[in-house]
Write a protein of this length. Sequence first.
Length: 57
Amino acid sequence: MKRKQPYKAPVILREVRLQMEGDILTGSVADHIDVTSMGQEVDNYDFNSDGFNHTWE
């Protein structure tokens, strides 16, 4: 028969501190990219024609 393992709370064993010498996102492409919006295609449907029936029977 298997027994459940007793719960052990997580423990922080070691703490490491880092200090950055420069900005993390210095080489980001956000300032060097051109964005062109193309729009999107829109389909218009005419539901007033005889092809569409919305009544319940």
